[in-house]
Ligand binder design. Structure first.
Ligand code: 3HC
Ligand code: NAI
Length: 698
């Protein structure tokens, strides 16, 4: 007997209540319970209809993701759905909260569907590297037509009740207690003599241009397989009888279950939730966060101020001059008008945020009442120390003093104040009101409740927060610097920047790294190279061919020329013919004979450099767990989600293999390719990065 589904009788109607907190996932016990209680209803004399409802905050959020990767246990969800649909009783699904994946598939197997106005439905399986596997690809198109079903399934988006009604996914929207709403609807159906209405008996959808749709979805998915595969499953609903279509769907679902992409995406799902779950923060109360100070209203300061305003906080922004203050306000207004245009805020709210919630000042005294200050001035230790000295003098006791520095030593910044325990790094990514990542950089003396406040701020701003320790570049920029160097070596040794970009886009990156440099501005890297040049190790290999372009005033997209040439009004660029010449000149100067690299080799070296440095970052405690690195790369650096992150990628390849590759590269360049001690240790012990994740959360 399963107690995950409760049975109750109300006159001629039986209620099956799914009760599997927190979100009623369809675990084996729930599936068995649904079958058992359905049969109980059918055997219960006088029962003519069944209402399925969910307990708590959702109808049903889908299959139990924790069961994936393990041998499937009976009863299988498609069979449960078919059995619900085949019931001789009238079956009503009364939906509230979310009905996702298998949850919507259960509802689609009911004969009628009613939902609360606030309910949302969707088939988000593609976000887990899967497609709907319990009839969703066969039943949904019979209700909506192929094109709309493909849109719903391949985007995995959540659809509000009103839109679901319009699409024909649900039959009615009604507000009230879900059980009462379901009972009233079922009674109405019985009173009006309504009949069972199995979706599977409706005709399949009209055909569309399947191949063109498949190609378009494949391209949009940038290498992700499951959305494109879902197009083929919907095609089956148009071309095959229902039962055969269902078998075809099941086969595709089970095939996808075996893929690396499914593993990667499910790792991402759980890591995204685990990342802010840190033992050190258990039970620690964050400090207040009503008003925020921001120092510097340039690219980052304006973005941070925008994010705080949109989250309902008051912001005091400090700039150096009238002109700079006006420019900062204009930047924030520009950001907010973007939100206005996208319908995220009303005109009234826009006016309020800009006119009331934001204060731009040149006087540090304006900061005396704020709860937390984020400094985003020039990346210069002297300037930062001066600013922190002023903050120390004016801010109230207990005010959190944060720096948005990209690379500088937060311990040193903290030491320049009389209250290092209140100092922390809050490293936002550009544009700060858009990018999801926030590195919370914990310095030596940072108080635990200050760390908790950093996480609380990130949460209020809708960010994915990752704890980082202090080092040059923290987690993300430190790893980035390393894999960018590996790409530099590849170029010096013979791979063209254009081949590298194309190989890495095929691997799943949104943009090639050289195209990204053009977008960010080549002057940034040039300045860094000049700054670091005197401190280089004699064996360090850093190509300088691109500096020749910078010397001529070409900085990438903003000047129209970089690795690529950009024509006005056109998106993307074409390879700059000067680049191969500049590379050739540098190779000749260094006496390098260029060789060919396959795309596979390029990806492998890029990934090995990333993983090796990431393993050092974890080994040194800069990141607490491998999953923290994965989330930084996913949310801050456009790493393809379907790989789960670099550490998951390494686990999937097998750590012994990754270490073997690194050792083989070390034969060419032992200085750069020094294997991370943690990687060597894990290989020696036969363990994985994921083992470390599990140990940390045990
Ligand atoms: N299975 C198992 N656990 C689940 C789950 C699921 N389907 N959905 C959510 N959870 C867990 C989360 O891991 C989290 O656990 P934790 O508290 O231990 O970290 C807890 O439920 C609460 O989840 P959130 O923190 O995400 O809560 P939110 O309120 O922010 O979001 C949600 C709720 C919208 C349901 C969100 O969790 C979500 O999107 N879940 C995934 C839904 C999904 O992908 N369903 C399809 C599954 S695949 C499928 O159904 C296959 C079928 O076609 C055969
Ligand atoms: P920016 O040059 O666009 O803006 C800096 C602003 O600070 C200028 O408007 C300047 O007038 C103001 N400023 C300088 N000294 C000041 C002072 N003493 N008091 C008040 N205002 C002062 O620089 P950006 O790009 O916004 O960077 C700021 C910080 O954020 C740097 O530490 C940088 O490393 C970091 N950062 C930058 C990212 C980026 O992508 N640009 C990403 C993440 C962090």
């Amino acid at each position: 007997m399963s107690d995950k589904v409760a049975y109750s009788r109300h006159g001629e109607i039986a209620v099956l209540r799914v009760q599997n907190p927190p979100v009623n996932a369809l675990s084996q016990e729930v599936r068995a319970g649904l079958l058992e209680k359905l049969m109980q209803a059918e055997a219960d004399e006088g029962v003519k209809a069944v209402v399925i409802v969910g307990e708590g905050r959702a109808f049903i959020a889908g299959a139990d993701i924790k069961e994936f990767g393990k041998p499937p246990q009976e009863p299988w969800l498609p069979d449960v759905c078919n059995r619900i649909e085949a019931s001789p009783l009238i079956v009503v699904a009364s939906m509230h909260g979310v009905s996702l994946g298998g949850g919507l598939e259960v509802a689609l197997s009911a004969h009628y569907r009613v939902a609360q106005p606030s309910a949302r439905v969707g088939l988000p399986e593609v976000h887990l590297g899967l497609l709907p596997g319990a009839g969703g690809t066969q039943r949904l198109p019979r209700l909506t037509g192929a094109e709309k079903a493909i849109d719903v399934i391949t985007t995995g988006r959540h659809i509000k009740a009103a839109a679901a009604l319009e699409l024909g996914i649900i039959d009615k929207v009604s507000e009230g207690d879900p059980e009462a709403v379901g009972l009233a609807y079922a009674q109405d159906l019985l009173d009006t003599g309504a009949e069972r209405r199995p979706v599977s008996e409706l005709p399949g959808p009209d055909p569309i241009d399947w191949d063109a749709t498949y190609d378009a979805v494949l391209k949009k998915g940038r290498g992700q397989i499951s959305p494109a595969q879902a197009v083929r499953a919907v095609q089956a609903s148009a071309e095959m009888p229902f039962d055969e279509g269902l078998k075809a769907e099941r086969k595709m679902f089970m095939d996808l279950m075996q893929t690396d992409q499914r593993q990667g995406m499910i790792h991402a799902f759980f890591s995204e939730r685990a990342v802010s779950n840190l033992p050190e923060l258990k039970g620690v109360e964050p400090r207040a966060l009503q008003s925020i100070g921001v120092i510097g209203g340039g690219t980052m300061g304006a973005g941070i101020a925008t994010a705080c305003l949109l989250a309902g906080m008051n912001v005091v922004l400090i700039e150096m001059s009238d002109d700079a203050a006006a420019a900062a306000k204009e930047r924030i207004a520009g950001n907010l008008s973007g939100a206005l245009k996208r319908g995220k805020i009303s005109q009234e709210k826009y006016d309020k945020l800009l006119g009331v919630a934001l204060e731009v000042s040149q006087n540090y005294d304006s900061l005396k009442d704020v709860d937390l200050v984020i400094e985003a001035v020039f990346e210069d230790m002297g300037v930062k120390k001066e600013v922190f000295g002023k903050l120390d003098a004016v801010c109230k006791p207990g005010c959190v003093l944060a720096s948005n520095t990209s690379y500088l030593d937060v311990d040193e910044i903290a030491a320049s104040t009389s209250r290092p325990e209140d100092v922390i790094g809050l490293h936002f990514f550009s544009p700060a009101h858009v990018m999801k990542l926030l590195e919370v950089v914990v310095a030596d003396k940072t108080a635990t409740d200050v760390t908790a406040t950093g996480f609380a701020l990130g949460k209020a701003l809708g960010k994915v927060c990752v704890r980082a320790g202090v080092c040059d570049g923290f987690i993300g920029n430190r790893i980035l610097a390393h894999y960018r160097d590996a790409l530099g070596h590849l170029v010096l040794d013979g791979a063209s920047p254009f081949q590298i970009d194309s190989a890495l886009v095929d691997f799943g990156l949104a943009m090639g790294p050289h195209a990204v440099s053009d977008l960010a501005g080549l002057d940034i890297g040039w300045a860094t190279r000049k700054r670091k040049a005197p401190h280089r190790h004699p064996e360090e290999r850093i190509p300088t061919y691109i500096d020749r372009l910078c010397e001529q005033g070409h900085f990438g997209q903003k000047t129209g020329e970089g690795y690529y040439i950009y024509e006005k009004g056109k998106r993307g660029g074409t390879p700059n013919p000067k680049i191969p010449e500049l590379i050739k000149a540098e190779q000749e100067e260094l006496g390098i004979t260029p060789r060919d690299f396959s795309d596979e080799e390029i990806v492998r070296r890029y990934m090995c450099a990333m993983v090796n440095e990431a393993a050092k970052v974890v080994g040194e405690g800069i990141a607490k767990r491998p999953l923290d690195v994965d989330m930084v790369l996913l949310f801050g650096y456009g790493f393809p989600r379907y790989w789960g992150g670099p550490m998951k990628w390494a686990d999937i390849q097998g750590l012994p293999k990754v270490l073997e590759w690194i050792r083989s590269y070390a034969e060419e360049d032992a200085w750069f390719w020094q294997p991370a001690p943690l990687l060597e240790k894990l290989v020696a012990e036969g363990r994985t990065f994921d083992d470390l994740n599990k140990e940390a959360s045990a």
